[in-house]
Each structure stands twice: as structure tokens, then as C-alpha cells.
Design a protein around this ligand. Sequence first.
Ligand code: NDP
Ligand code: X2W
Length: 307
Amino acid sequence: MTASVFIDGAAGTTGLEIADRLAGRSEFELLVLPDDRRKDDAARAEALNAADFVILCLPDDAAKAAVGMIANDRTRVIDASSAFRTAPDWTYGFPEIVGRDAVASAMRVSNPGCYPSGFIALVAPLIRAGLLPAQWPYVCHAVSGYSGGGKALIARFEADTDIAFRAYGLALGHKHVPEMLVHAGLTHAPIFAPAVVPAHRGMLVEVPLHLEMMPGAGTPEALRTALTDFYADSPVVNVAGDQPDELLLRAAMDPVDSLTLRVLGSADGTQARLVAMLDNLGKGASGAAVQNLNIMAGLNETAGLRL
Ligand SMILES: NC(=O)C1=CN([C@@H]2O[C@H](COP(=O)(O)OP(=O)(O)OC[C@H]3O[C@@H](n4cnc5c(N)ncnc54)[C@H](OP(=O)(O)O)[C@@H]3O)[C@@H](O)[C@H]2O)C=CC1
Ligand SMILES: CC(=O)N[C@@H](CCC(=O)OP(=O)(O)O)C(=O)O
């Protein structure tokens, strides 16, 4: 049976990449509004209520308004914005962390943020395994390609090619912090230090650890083994066992929906750098939305993904 899908915000960065991944899929029929009606509330309300699945690729306020326009109990929603990521009545759309069954049966799924996808993938399993303390002042450094900021940041970086590095979130109130706190299972908000580099897509998310000072912390080897075991059945998240000298983001990388984790340890095992590499528009947004859609529709979770 074919399920209908409406992408609200289909002309935006995330929406376009979702449509790309759904192209040619016979299990889904896309409901598409003409360009001159894509922001018309009456047309949107009609599509939001006609679709079996709605994927919201909108700013937070518009996403909240769109959910309010759904007046039936049949349409299932995946929201790519940060509006509902810690809402108790929404399922956090990270199947590897919350369980595929939770996503499969959910009516309302909040797709994780791009940076939190890396941070939570690294930290949550290790806290659950008792190999890292929940009560600890974690720090997270990250760099992202500029498509992470949607059309506005893409336009800015394409217009000003002189920007080499943009540190931001300097007031320590980035909107991803609550999501990182809740879904990693921490007791203290992490310090989050994000930056943007002149690459279109791709990101590197890092958590440096003083293992020797952390109560009950495992060795780098134990952390790596625990992550490898945790993601053993995941076709999307993989744990690399190498110890590279460098990790590179390329200015023009191809879309990819996998997420690669590493535990890099010092020779004496007292320090580690947990590092996640992903595509902000892959597992960080559009790839994750399609993975969730597949799971909700009872299909192979990797169908249409670029792995
Ligand atoms: N880019 C990324 O890597 C990630 C993005 N996200 C989240 O996904 C959501 C979409 O982001 P992104 O695709 O980057 O953003 P974009 O700015 O690229 O796209 C947003 C789209 O929404 C449209 N839009 C805005 N308001 C309305 C409205 N009221 N009705 C209908 N359409 C509207 C915009 O229209 P117009 O084209 O006219 O501006 C635009 O096409 C955001 O919440 C973002 O935070 C999450 C993870 C990663
Ligand atoms: C580079 C850049 O600007 N990134 C965005 C986050 C992108 C993302 O994850 O989207 P959500 O806001 O929906 O979580 C930012 O820091 O606000």
C-alpha cells in the first residue's frame, strides 16, 4: 500500500534532501504544493490533514503552528525542528537510543538536532553502561558545514567567502543544550562550543574526557568496546577502531546518512577524545527523518538512505 507524505517546508534545505531520498520510492506518494501556495495556510492545512505522514522542515514557530493545524488523529508527524525535542508527549526520533519499537508506534516523532545526534550517540550508551558518570560537567566542541544553518547561512557563506571559521553560541544558550542534557541522561547542562567552517555539509562533534578524574570511568578500550557492542545491530551508526592522526571535513563532500563514532585514547589511558563524524543533512536531519519514516511505515529502516 502506498502512504502519502507531505513535506511542509519542502523548498528548504532539509526538505529538499528528504524529497531526494524519497524519489523513486514506490511505498510513498509525495503531496506537493505549487510554489505560490507553499506558504498558504489553507493549502498547508489541507495537505497536513490529507497526508498519512507529515514531515515538518520549518523554523520552530512555524512547526508548532503546523502541528496545531492537524485536526485528525490519523496523520503521523516527524518534526525536524527543535520545537518538541524534549516534549514528554513526543517520541525522540533517535531509534538507536530510544529503541526502534518506540519510533515504529509513535504518532509524533521529533527528529534529533544535528549536533545532539553526535553528542548523544557518543555519551548516552556510556552513561547507561556505567562507564561514564551522569553527574559530570561535560564539554562538547563541534564544527559544522554551513548548510546546518539552512538557506540563510548558506547564502551568507556563499556571499562572504572570506569567512574561515565562525565560532558562535558564545552566550552559552544554544538551543541544542536542553536536548543534549535530557537525552544523554546528564545531571548538568554540558558546555557546548559550536563553530561553522566553509564546507557545505559535514560535521565533527567532540567530547574531550579527563578519564582519570571521572568517578567510575572506564578505560578508552572499555568505552570503545561498549559503543561497538551498543551499535552492533545498527546499519547506520558504526564505531571505528582506528586511531587516525587527523580527521578531515571536505569542503564538498557527498551526502551520507551514516554516523561514525571513535574513542581516541591517550597512550596511558588517562584521557580520551570521543569524536562523532556525520553529515548534518544526513543522520543530522534528512537521513534521520527518512530512517524514522521507514521505521514508522514498517519498512526496512535504511531504504533510500546513502550509507
Ligand atoms: N539544515 C540542517 O542541517 C538542519 C536543520 N534542522 C531543522 O530543520 C528545520 C528546517 O531547516 P532548514 O531546512 O535548514 O531551513 P531552511 O531555511 O533552509 O528551510 C526552511 C523552509 O521553511 C520555509 N518556511 C518558513 N516558514 C514557513 C511557513 N510559515 N510555512 C511554510 N513554509 C515556511 C522556508 O521558506 P522560504 O524558502 O521562503 O524561506 C524554507 O523553504 C529547522 O527547524 C532546522 O532547525 C535540523 C537539523 C539539521
Ligand atoms: C551551523 C548551524 O547554524 N547549525 C544550527 C543547528 C542545525 C540543527 O541541528 O537544526 P536544529 O536547529 O533544528 O536543531 C544552529 O546551530 O542553530
